[in-house]
Design a protein around this ligand. Structure first.
Ligand code: CMC
Length: 429
């Protein structure tokens, strides 16, 4: 490395590559011309050393356990702000003034209803469909229902599509839940704030009056803030890659939702709770720890480890506090799952295997217990993650579309298949 360039020696060629500095965090080596200069690609499966884009939205320092949205620490946003303020911040880059916030809240609230025909669209799903399957389908279907905001070259349409998704994804999520439990859909109520409205759409029934519990609403709002964005994770990269071809924003967010569903990503909260239930009692923990450490056993402790955090996930700390607030509010004193979780965390944090591999509890470790206490079935956990992450996906998609240097994402490969060979007729094989 010399000055702000680095050199790579390939055979007898030496190639100069520019080093680009970020505002904080590691610099990057610009390899865009590497193939033209050397005839070689770089190889980095899983992108462990590759920055796929330039972004001004979210910063993570995984070693220090730091997460910033537009420069603001997640702890401060979760403590003092609300989810729609975080949405505004992620989308526009600055915290809103009181007037901007009131206007934004008003506009999002007025977009919460979905086209009435969507209710019919839902009837096509099996009642026992996983709500994430319903989310992937219904978010994708938004491009058919809101075709007037799919022209990505029009900034006004981009803005309306963004508003529509932030406002309507919770409505679709609540409908997905209601559909699986066989209850009527509950229309949004504009007098309620975003998260209270969502709770009401999930848990109210026409036969009874529903009173929102402010402690639960605040807790869920905080969970939404914690999940709102996480820089270039798998689902966000999926949204960017899908969007790089010029696909419409609803289709891109549907692609991100599909990616989020996987157990190594957004599906981990569901998997973590199932694991705690499977462990059942504190006595069984050593058996499961041994399984997690066994190289020949594919079992992993769900809710532990992270690709980027090699320290305590800062979101997990806030989540742990929120869990206790919710359990206290609901009068749940002796939850066996919580006992298992606390003991598992204690053992894992003092076990050499987990210390050496820097496997700390991640956000999903506690969010499952909290959401279960609130009354959500495990199948809804990833759906709630999708509700919160929608704004992050949109902010990242918008940043990419508005970047004049944006081009279609097209990774290359190291081909290890058969070299060219001739076709053999079927009778001679
Ligand atoms: N339990 C036991 N061992 C683990 C675990 C775990 N949860 N996670 C990683 N390891 C081991 C792994 O076996 C490997 O060991 P070795 O070096 O001996 O082969 C080492 O730690 C490194 O693992 P890796 O798979 O190379 O690490 P990664 O960065 O590719 O994986 C991860 C990150 C999150 C996919 C992984 O830690 C995992 O599968 N965790 C459980 C699932 C989970 O909780 N996911 C939620 C992530 S946070 C929510 C989100 O942002 O989406």
């Amino acid at each position: 490395m010399s000055g702000n360039t680095s050199q790579l020696k390939v055979g007898d060629k030496t190639v100069d590559m520019a080093i680009k500095e970020g505002s904080v965090g590691p610099a990057v080596i610009d390899i865009a011309k590497l193939y033209a200069q050397t005839g070689m690609f770089t190889y980095d499966p899983g992108f462990t050393s590759t920055a796929s884009c330039e972004s001004q939205i979210t910063y993570i320092d995984g070693d220090a356990g730091v997460l910033l949205y537009r420069g603001y620490p997640i702890e401060q946003l979760a403590e003092h702000g609300d989810f729609l303020e975080t949405c505004y911040l992620l989308l526009y880059g600055e915290l809103p003034t009181a007037a901007q916030k009131a206007d934004f809240d008003y506009r999002i609230t007025r977009h919460t209803m979905v086209h009435e025909q969507m209710a019919r669209f839902f009837q096509g799903f099996r009642r026992d469909a996983h709500p994430m399957a319903v989310m992937v389908g219904s978010i994708g279907a938004m491009s058919a229902f809101y075709h007037d905001s799919t022209d990505i070259s029009d900034p006004q349409q981009r803005m309306i599509a963004s508003m529509r998704m932030i406002a309507k994804v919770p409505t679709l999520a609540a409908m997905a839940y209601k559909y699986t439990v066989g209850q009527p859909f509950v229309y949004p109520l504009n007098s309620l704030d975003y998260t209270s409205n969502f709770l009401r759409m999930c848990f109210a029934v026409p036969a009874e009056e529903y009173k929102v519990n402010p402690v639960l609403s605040r807790a869920l709002d905080r969970i939404f803030i914690l999940h709102a964005d996480h820089e270039q994770n798998a689902s966000t990269s999926t949204v960017r890659l899908a969007g790089s071809s010029g696909a419409n924003p609803f289709a891109c967010i549907a692609a991100g939702t599909a990616c989020l569903w996987g157990p190594a990503h957004g599906g981990a909260n569901e998997a973590a709770l199932k694991m705690l239930e499977e462990i059942g009692t504190v006595d069984n923990i050593p058996k499961f720890i041994a399984k997690a450490k066994d190289k020949n056993d594919p079992f992993r402790l769900m809710g532990f480890g992270h690709r980027v955090y090699k320290n305590y996930d800062p979101r997990a700390k806030i989540m742990q506090k929120t869990t206790h607030e919710v359990l206290n509010e609901l009068g749940i004193k002796d939850d066996p799952l919580l006992d298992v979780a606390i003991e598992l965390e204690r053992i894992a944090l003092s076990d050499e295997y987990f210390i050496e591999k820097k496997l700390y509890p991640n956000i999903d470790f506690y969010s499952g217990i909290t959401l279960k206490a609130m009354g959500f079935p495990t199948s809804m956990f990833t759906v709630l993650f999708a509700v919160a992450r929608t704004v992050g996906w949109i902010a990242q998609w918008k940043e990419m579309i508005e970047d004049p240097s944006q081009k279609i994402g097209r990774p290359r490969q190291l081909y290890t298949g058969s070299p060219k060979r001739d076709y053999t007729p079927i009778g001679r094989r």
